[in-house]
Design a protein around this ligand. Sequence first.
Ligand code: C2E
Ligand code: CA
Ligand code: CA
Length: 850
Amino acid sequence: MRQIASLIAFLVTLSLLAFQVHSEPGTTSLFPTNITYLKATDSQAPSEALASDDWQMLQEASPNFGYNTVPYWFRMAVSSQPEHQILDISYPLLDRVEFFLLESGNVTEHVVVGDTLPFEHRPLNHPTFLIPFSTQADKQYEILLKVETHGSLQVPIRIWAQNELFDAIAMEDQLHSLYYGVLITVIFFNVFIFLALRELTYLLYVLSTFGYLFLLAALRGVTFQILWPENPQLHNLSILLAIPCAMLLTLLFGRSFLRLKSNAPHIDKVVKLFIALNLAAIAGAFVLDYNLSIRLSVALAIPGCLLLTFTGPLLWLRGVPQAMFYTIAWGLLTIGSAITAANKYGWVPTNFVTTYGMEIGSALEAILLTIALAARLYQEREGKMLAREAELNAMAARRKAELRMMDQALHNPTTGLPNRTSFEMVINDLINRESKKRHAVGIIYLTNLQAITKTLGHRNTDRLLELAARRFNSIISGLPGVYPIEVTDQRSFHLASLEPAALGFIINADEISSTPRSIVLALEQLGEPIDYLGMQLPLDPQTGVAIFPDHAQDTNALIRRAYIAQESDEARDRGLAYYQPARDSYSADRLTLVSELRQALRDNELALHLQPKLCLKTHEVVGAEALIRWPGRKVPIPADQLVSIAEQTGLIKPLTRWVLEQSLSLRNQLIERGYPIGISVNISPNNLREPEFPLYVQRLMAAYPRHRGQIILEVTETSMMLDPANSLRALQSLNATGIPLSIDDFGSGYSSLSYIKQLPAKEIKIDRSLIHDLLNESEDRVIVQTTIDMCHSLGYQVVAEGVEDEATLALLKSMGCDMIQGYLLTPPLPIRELLTWLDNRGSGAARQIG
Ligand code: C2E
Ligand code: CA
Ligand code: CA
């Protein structure tokens, strides 16, 4: 800011100095004082004009009639000394000037000049009109001028001694060269900046400066002289175009420099309007008549300039940094132009500053704006650097957050150990990098953890796990050939947490076999109970190992097989087991099994067996449970495994539908044989999650009204507990449509009584596990008795499952149980056999039971 202020001071001083120097009287040109004038009529000859009585004295020093299309005569006496003189009309835009030298009233010389004539007509090749004439000492001379123009009729007349004029012209040319030099330098400077930065503002500045340069040169007649001396039409057109073009470019530049669009949207709209008007004026130059066009352009330029004059300070006040430069620069130009204009009208005396005010102003403006643009460049670069710095900081912060998140994503929050993702990455990496070696993936499963959680709660389990993780990590770290899972300056982990009860490690397989001692020792240490809050808590770890590449080639399979090995009896007995493909019940062609099951469902190869349900009061078979079978297989698949596969693969949906529809057809056969008993169908929790399942059942039952209320859906207690709210909703909507519900496997899980109470069931089936040892286990008897009583009080019927002997049956009957199912009656049977079984019962063969 300092530098700028001193620069302005310097520029002002410089111009004042110039003012001082050139206000000294030095040149001896003569301003004729005795000018008279006369409005000319068309084609009036000099003699006719001279004879007129209407000549009037001119008041001001230099005639200025404004925009005027009428020709005027001017007449003035000239001295006869010196011999060679030159008439100088320094307004170069006059259309036509006829010069007559009268010697004692007679025309001795006649010259016609004007900017509507080619340059070659001029007696002297100069932008303004210079007409030399010679006089003789003893004669009387007068000059008569006829001036005609379509523009502003200004006739600044001076008469020079010939040699003095040439000195003055030389001086003036130098000043002009200086001015043009300054502007051209500014233009080139900014052209280069524009080429380097490709920013529109610089281009607009170059263009507007050029527009101004061209306009001034055109007004001074310089362009006419240099560019198209033979072509006055072009010259006049160029003047018409130069004014609105300069204005247009100035407005465009101002708009861009001050960023009006964002800094002052309202002003921007007005500026845009002026831009449009100036464009119209440019178009007008081609079609309108000269006088009208030039008036229009000037009339437009005045408010346009005023607009910019006020915009600068306004934005400066609003704190737009660029506006100060703009205000000062534009102010200098305005003041300069105003001084020149005032001088034209004779309001201020003629001197260097007043004559060249416009040039001085525009040169200062050009320089200042160049500085401003450079300052802007600097500011913007600084701004960009700051922004870049801020961006870098933000990036660093983001990176840090990302790292933290990554850290969290790769670690188990409870134990702090690397998690399964990390573990998998390390294995992946290892088997890719060292695919020739054998690597063992180990899983340590803490089999007692669930029991501990149930005893001590989750919070304590977490703390305990943390302790165990630390200890196990240090034990595993000591094994020869163990690979690190994560080692940094702060931490060293050879163990990963895969799930709360499972930890994983990787070890060089060849080293384990060569150092069996260390393994045995480590297993011993792992098996030691953990001291927690004064208790010795055994975690009972079982370790399973799968080896790359013997047991599996990819990470996923390695981990899975290590898990399977860990589950084996061998692992339970010895603490450690290697994977054995022969014992893997999971992988064994499971995939083919799935596709075969799909095929069997489609081809109707599955079967339903029925197991009767006996009422203990009436000794009648009151129902039968439908159980899925897959006959025709070499290795039979137990129903619960089949169902579990169906659940895992989505096949449960068609399977349950098949079972339901099949049950209806079985029931038709029962009815036909005179046994209109109900059939119970097992429903998977997955079915309860299907939103359209209740609707499907309802439609099915509606289609077969004879079975209405006789198809009972069995849902296991444990399956409902997985998603109690949703199950409850599904059951309620099923029950609402009149489907009876039964709660299966009751007593095998831990469901809350308050939950059971809400279930819209009609029947509860006590799980086989409670019935099995009922005779011997008094505890089970208490549970069963309580269950029966509680269910009765809730209005449920009670069924005991898995009754295999008469004694149990009798006991259950005495306990008040309503119904039984079990091998005692019969295992589940195909329909044909069941019908026979029922018939036999009816004929008395099986009546003894119960
Ligand atoms: P569940 O619903 O508890 O079915 C009773 C199971 O106990 C049947 O096994 C049955 O054969 C067996 N059982 C009956 N009486 C006795 C007995 O006195 N002693 C012993 N030890 N067992 C007896 P199954 O048929 O192998 O079915 C096993 C499980 O598979 C069923 O348990 C049920 O949860 C499921 N399941 C069977 N069929 C279907 C089905 O169509 N859909 C669905 N979702 N699940 C089914
Ligand atoms: Ca069942
Ligand atoms: Ca059951």
